[in-house]
Design a protein around this ligand. Sequence first.
Ligand code: CA
Length: 223
Amino acid sequence: MRVLIVEDETNLGQALEQGLNAEGFETTLVTDGQRGFDEGVTGDYDAIVLDILLPKMNGFKVCGELRSRGVTTPILMLTAKDGELDEAEALDTGADDFLRKPFNYVVLVARLNALLRRGTLHRGFGAQGFIVDAASHRVQRDGVSVELTTRETALIECLLANVGEVVSKVDLLHAVWGEHFDGDPNIVEVYVGYLRKKLDLPFDKHSIQTVRGVGYRLDLDAD
Ligand code: CA
């Protein structure tokens, strides 16, 4: 997995590289927005970690320009402490997620992995004829197509990326609602319920199974 890091603070950039290399990622570090754009637009990366305040071109602009060029690489934006406006703008310009500075590596790696799983799906990943189209928020199987909301799409993507395996409620919560979600974690259950209502009948399956006390598992062979 190749990760592009766009960060002008040299110490932080190098620490990011070391941390991600230790986790098995290949990294490229650039220190200004223009070079971030030039590298990002090649499409050679599986994910981009993007700072906001950068020389030459700020992170919002880099992100917006990449998206306007059709680059769909998942982008994780690094925002400042208390940067709630930044976070709204980051998502607005097409970032997939954001992480507040200072952050810890465990969280960074978890969020990157979640993005990478989703990124695989954006490129048309499916399983056993079951396809999630993240752009149009639709799930298709055997010629049947069902429309979902953004959250429902993200949730089914996560389950599909781990098809046959149990995904914990916490992992789903972090991947779909973000690390900073401070509402009721039972929202995961509520949305799994929505998904079941939308998917079970048209597909004639009970595909999302509850594994009591652990989480949920998508089983495409269940009926
Ligand atoms: Ca900076």
